[in-house]
Design a protein around this ligand. Sequence first.
Ligand SMILES: Nc1nc2c(ncn2[C@@H]2O[C@H](COP(=O)(O)OP(=O)(O)OP(=O)(O)O)[C@@H](O)[C@H]2O)c(=O)[nH]1
Ligand SMILES: [Mg+2]
Length: 672
Amino acid sequence: MPSAPRCVALVGPYLSGKTSLLEAMLFASGTVGRHGSVREGNSVGDHAAEARARQMSTEINVANATFLDDPWTILDCPGNVELLYEAQQAMLVADTVVVVCEPEVERAVTVSALLRFLSRHKIPHMIFINKLDTASARVRDVLAALQSHSDQPLVLRQVPLRTTESIDGYVDLVSERAYHYRPGQASDLIPLPDDFWDREAETRTQLVEKLADFDDKLLEQLLEDVQPSKEEIYKHLTQDFQKNLIVPVFLGAATQDHGARRLWKALRHETPGPEETAARLGIKPDGEPMAQVFKTFHLPHTGKLSLSRVWRGTIAEGNVLNGARVAGVVRLLGAQHDKAPSAKTGEVVGLTRMEEIRTGAVLIPSGKTEPLPQPERPQPVYGLAIHAEKRGDDVKLTGSIGRLIDEDPSLQLEQNAELREMVLWGQGDVHLQIALDRLRNRQNLVVVGQPATVPYRETIKRGADQHSRFKRQSGGHGQFADCTIEVKPLPRGSGFVFKDSVVGGAIPRNYIPAVEEGVVEALKHGPLGFPVVDLTVILITGQFHAVDSSDMAFKTAGRQAIQEALPKCEPTLLEPIDSVEVSVPNAFTARIQRLVSGRRGQLLGYDAKEDWPGWDVVKAYLPRSELHDLIVELRSLTLGVGSFAHKFDHMQELTGREAEKVIASHRQEAAQ
Ligand SMILES: Nc1nc2c(ncn2[C@@H]2O[C@H](COP(=O)(O)OP(=O)(O)OP(=O)(O)O)[C@@H](O)[C@H]2O)c(=O)[nH]1
Ligand SMILES: [Mg+2]
């Protein structure tokens, strides 16, 4: 009897071959009749225009498949670190995760964050070392490098068989059988090479010993030199894998079809079923039907599609869940959608037109749900000020961005009233460019992005007294106001303080708020063009006229006074400084210190990252203007794994050439 539908997520570093492996698995299972290719743009995955244009995955690819009568869903996740949130959503609903990685020692660090996530959430996972056809490093060395990033012992299940030139087969360490790879077909069983055990006996012993670490009986057997049977070894491998005590490691080359069948078989025998995964997630076995939305699409023809895993019971078209009606149920194979009447426990399906439902929702008829684990939303590190290319499209923008964020909750929109800017925040330039392309492709809206404006300020370095008189005589009654103010700098962070020290009614009380209003208005644009802060303005004295004075006149006098006073007070630019914490593997720490210094940063020191062996946190103050593309350089210096968190800390004086540049470009923009 076929097992309940199971779900496997393929994750791994950028371009490690996940979408190619999906293709190979679909081909091996007979789900597709020909082996498509990412390079040629005809793979089942990466069908979205944004993905094809970049030859990379830009969101989860979903494929329903059958392998030896068992139903499966494969979730092929994007590998780009900027899209990690998407992969995390998939990992949290999968029964098993396959981490696809490159056969290179130096790149082992790129799986570190994924392995940590899997370990923290206790998700059973295997590693698939891909691209063996072009590997130059020894599998043993790659394995050792990967091990240093895994909390669980890695258990090598296959050893490669090398001819003079390349790897063209493998020996399965448990079955003790040798195979020769054949492109597009199942591998050929071949005799075990004569000297095999001379070379690899130790590798098999290690496999059994790792299992014995979790089972006293097995350990006793080994101590007494009794070899466990193959069945026993398989039993332990499966148990320990499902409890996430060990991480099995398989080998292959996705574009050559090598290793896809072996991987399928391991998945088939060892992957826990949906009930076990539900139990791991704390879902009770009995109760109302339940499904969890882990991804939302807004597609041109289908409309909203909530990609969901069914955890309990059956979900059918017409059901009302969390107050929303399921308009339809679809099974997916890349871009192909097949309507289905219903979906049962374990299945991954798209539920259509549930307009109010968001990613992460736990759907249940009564609507009384308890939340399931969600990935933590990453702090945005890169922002672009956006506007619609066509003026008339501005009204459409907010709604469209809403749908965009619905599809990808790791995007955020910030409305900056002061700068009159809409800033779209995300994980990097690639992330945002994909988002903007998606707006164009799915919502027919062309949006332009540019670096967000840095909120500079200015202040004064010394004080001054200023007299100002506003007088106008024109026909009827005129206008008259006279005031004298004193302007003084205040410590950083004080903002603006207005003081009234008028005595003897030199200016009647009712006009004083008008003077303050004029002052505040003038402080919006100081002599350098920016809002003026950290100063106090004291209204000392003035004169008025019984008929000609008015609020208007005093407001104008107040404004004039400031405009005339400030240029005499040594106006100085202030730039925002953020406190920044950069996380990197410690091999990169020195580079990051240079990066920070090169960006006018002030290093505050570094420390080992808590709970993250081998990683450091470098702390620094960095000007906001240097943060815009920091993530781009940081990633390029750290094989893509470095990240940072930041928050505003203080304003700091900026002088010299840097300040001149800022002032000049601000003037230029204002003149446009
Ligand atoms: N030589 C060789 N190339 C491979 C293999 N697997 C994938 N590639 C190539 O590696 C590149 C990336 O492959 P993809 O399958 O798109 O990788 P991916 O992991 O899905 O990439 P992202 O989803 O963008 O992270 C493509 O050019 C593939 O042809 C392999 O086993 N051997
Ligand atoms: Mg891919």
